[in-house]
Design a protein around this ligand. Sequence first.
Ligand SMILES: [Zn+2]
Length: 254
Amino acid sequence: MVLGTIKGLKLGELILKPDQLVITAIKEAELKLHDPIAWDINLLSMDGFDGAGYYSIDLKPIYTIHRTYELIRSNIQHLPQKTRKRLDRKYRRREKNRVKDQLHKISKRLADKSHIFEYLSGIKDRVARTKSKARNRQNSKHNYRMLQKYVEYKSAWNCLMTIYVDPKNTSKTCSKCGFTSKDPSRSRTFKCKRCGLVMNRQQNAARNIWNAFLKMKGVGFPLNGAKLYDKPAMNPEQVEGGEAQGLSSIRINT
Ligand SMILES: [Zn+2]
């Protein structure tokens, strides 16, 4: 038997069953860059910029799911250990499924474009555990990585690539003049001390992610510090340790 490629399909595993031979195939496709949007992901929204206009996707539904189950869990603390453990497992499963459901909805709507995200390591820093209990509780409601993976996976099925850029200073840098502030304010508005630019903090970050992407394009892929995915993504269901975030409606507010 000759194993090889059949019109864009590459043979995968051969599984021998008592009465048949199952031949699996891997879809091989070249991923294209199409209509890219650069996204800054935060707890309650993801904000995008595509070189011309801004986009915003509401992530509150995911936040609300986590918050709801957090309250439910605190309400069952007084129950006997066995009951509590059983209920806890049940609610965690439900929480996870509801979050996944939201992630599916969001990524489905984004599947016809290429997306530019910050590479995970920086996101980890941003949600790193801190001494503040309240802050840690907030951070546990993030599903950054899972969200990225879902979007990447769905776009890849449409042969569209997802690009990851170096997240360094995207929230501290002025997207107009490039000045990086050492002590940026955490307010909703970004103010540049050098050129005087005043704009929405998340939109400014999205612009910086867009700028990082343009720099990559200018010198050709791949670039140090930036990660380019050129093969179909892994099924996000298999990604461990993901955390959740939500989204509901996409709107353009130029
Ligand atoms: Zn500036």
